[in-house]
Design a protein around this ligand. Structure first.
Ligand code: UD1
Length: 434
């Protein structure tokens, strides 16, 4: 099993270029099947989640071609309109975004059958709001044997839909299902994340009529047909934030390129508050830290609040800062699973309900760790880079789902990290860098 082996304690310095946004890409790749014409999508991150979704789209019968590692051509015109169509394999069940094919296929064919989504185990992840939205458009939705969701409609008609919780997935899914519906759909209490806006912009470039994405009321006027398009995905806010906290936690100096600084404001302001220096340029940010940072309070919230996907990386940074910090997780109920691992490196963190009380320590010491999920896995890499001595991190498959060339980018910044297959590889690394 592949693992990372890391020799910590090095200051990370230099430049890193951020890939396209994974969570925007997942919505956009699924949206591309809504037209029979070719869509060429650029700045697609070359990560496991997008590869798995593209394979599922190809398995449906679409023509999918990588023009290069980051540019994909999708032509949905060859997907058969058949009730035999089913999105289900061992891989697709592991990714969350499989559910976007539910909205896209329902929108296109008025019929969809998709295995219930998996994704990171960060708590209960219901899809009741997705189902509520599809039903409001006129679909009948059933969960059948083997954990598949089947959605079916004679026709889809626009409606007024109020979301009971702010959800990224359901907001995107309802947009996908309603762009070809008859009449007007209004999504109230919609999520406002940058990737919602990106999916809406992509759909509009295909000829959809969506207004208000990025606010909490999205208005969609159904159109009869969508056409092919060429589109470039926005940069990944969370990958950027991960490198920002990496600079802060390792007392480094990193210029993070290909970002939209506005999308990073919640992260930038917290890092500034604890004493790091954040300089914003047009499409890059530079993060520097020198000496011990300070404590703060953070509560995760839907955008523009502090993103839950940055909570573990920020906790790793705060656990090295002076004083007591409190992080409250308000989106997912099981997102502190990395705390045990971090404690084994010397962190002093106590979880009480949905809050973590963090008493900063001066140093972590290297340890053998296991990544519990995608973002927590990335956070443990940051901890290991900041720690004294060697660490190993198992289950890097989670990290590979969402970070492109993570170890390569870290090496280019001076971090000592390698992928090791065997204990012998680990020993070789230790001899080489130790
Ligand atoms: C997406 C992101 C994930 C991020 C999360 C919040 C993708 C593929 N994943 O996940 O990285 O952490 O947004 O920014 O884009 N909820 C319901 N009913 C539903 C749907 C959601 O109660 O039908 C709840 C969830 O349990 C959670 C909250 O709403 O408490 C937000 O979830 P949601 O925004 O939907 O997250 P995902 O789309 O799963």
């Amino acid at each position: 099993m592949e693992k990372y082996v890391i020799n910590g304690g090095k200051t990370l310095e230099g430049e890193v270029t951020i890939a396209g946004a994974k969570n925007a890409a997942l919505g956009i790749l699924a949206a591309a099947v809504l037209t029979d014409e070719e869509c060429i999508i650029d700045n697609v991150p070359y990560v496991e989640d997008t590869k798995v979704l593209l394979r599922a789209i190809e398995n449906l019968g679409a023509r999918v071609k990588y023009i290069d590692n980051h540019t994909v051509s999708i032509c949905g015109g060859t997907i058969p309109n058949s009730e035999d169509l089913c999105v289900d394999d061992d891989y697709i069940r592991k990714i969350r975004a499989s559910y976007y094919l539910l909205g896209a296929l329902l929108g296109k064919f008025k019929y969809a059958q998709v295995a219930l989504p998996g994704g990171c185990d960060i708590g209960l992840r219901p899809i009741d709001q997705h189902i509520k939205g599809f039903e409001a458009l006129g679909a009948k939705v059933d969960i059948v044997n083997g954990g598949k969701v089947v959605a079916k409609a004679d026709k889809l008609v626009g409606n007024h839909i109020y979301m009971d919780v702010v959800t990224v997935g359901a907001t995107i899914n309802i947009m996908l299902a309603s762009v070809l519906a008859e009449g007007k759909t209004t999504i109230e209490n919609a999520a406002k994340e940058p990737h919602i806006v990106d999916v809406a912009n992509f759909l509009n470039s295909m000829g959809a009529n969506i207004k208000g994405a990025g606010t909490d009321v999205i208005r969609i006027r159904g159109v009869q047909k969508l056409k092919g398009t060429e589109y470039s995905i926005i940069p990944d806010q969370i990958e950027a934030g991960t490198f920002m906290t990496m600079a802060a936690a390792t007392n480094g100096d990193i210029l993070i390129k290909n970002v939209i600084p506005k999308h990073l404001e919640a992260i930038s302001s917290k890092l500034t508050e604890i004493g790091a220096t954040v300089i914003e340029y047009d499409d890059s940010v530079r993060v520097m830290a020198d000496g011990r940072l300070k404590s703060t309070q953070i509560k995760t919230l839907p955008y523009p609040g502090f993103p839950t996907d940055m909570q573990p990386q920020m906790a790793v940074t705060l656990a090295l800062s002076q004083g007591t910090s409190v992080i409250t997780e308000s989106i997912f109920e099981n997102r502190f699973k990395y705390v045990n691992e971090l404690s084994r490196m010397g962190a002093r963190i106590k979880v009480e309900g949905n809050s973590a009380v963090i008493n900063g320590v001066e140093k972590y010491t290297g340890a053998n760790l296991v990544a519990p999920d995608l973002r927590a896995g990335a956070a443990l890499v940051i901890a290991a880079l900041a720690a004294d001595g060697f660490s190993t991190i198992e289950d890097i498959k989670y990290i590979l789902r969402g970070y492109e060339d993570f170890d390569g980018k870290i090496r280019a910044l001076g971090g000592q990290i390698e992928v090791a297959d065997t204990d012998r590889d680990v020993q070789k690394f230790k001899l080489r860098v130790g």
